[in-house]
Write a protein of this length. Sequence first.
Length: 175
Amino acid sequence: MSVPCRFERSLLSHEEYETIRLTHHPAIYDVEAAELEAMRSRLRKMRDKERTLGRQRRREERGKAEARGASFRGTAEHASQRKQVFAAALKRVNKEHRRLHNLAARTAHVEAARKALALHRAANFMTYPPAGATVNEGMVPKASLRRRKIITGAKIGRVSQSTRVAQAVRDARGV
């Protein structure tokens, strides 16, 4: 059950109300994560204290226990209402903490997914080294390791010309 802010203010002291005020809607979004953690533990302690006081007061009213220490103001109902205020504030803080945690996790997942996509796209354009000699149909000439002798073009032309001259001489003889 939600409790109006004015009712909260009437139940709590000024310091307690300032802690609770930070857990309400617009103010809670300005609180840092570390401050939320500290607020969480403070609210738990406040809630637990009120729960203990309320239980003790109810036991005293039923006659099952004697008063412990100095008496506190109000009835068991008053302590129960204060506990509800602290519990609701703790619930809001936990919800905001979970929201921030999920937001951080979602951001990390999106970044990881983008990185994975970039790696996947880069893998599609991977240049692999040539395979070298592969199995084929038929024989493939084996590359020679010997040094090639370079013959000049003039020498090739001279040999061809001498072959032509020798053939012409033979033809002229009539043989």
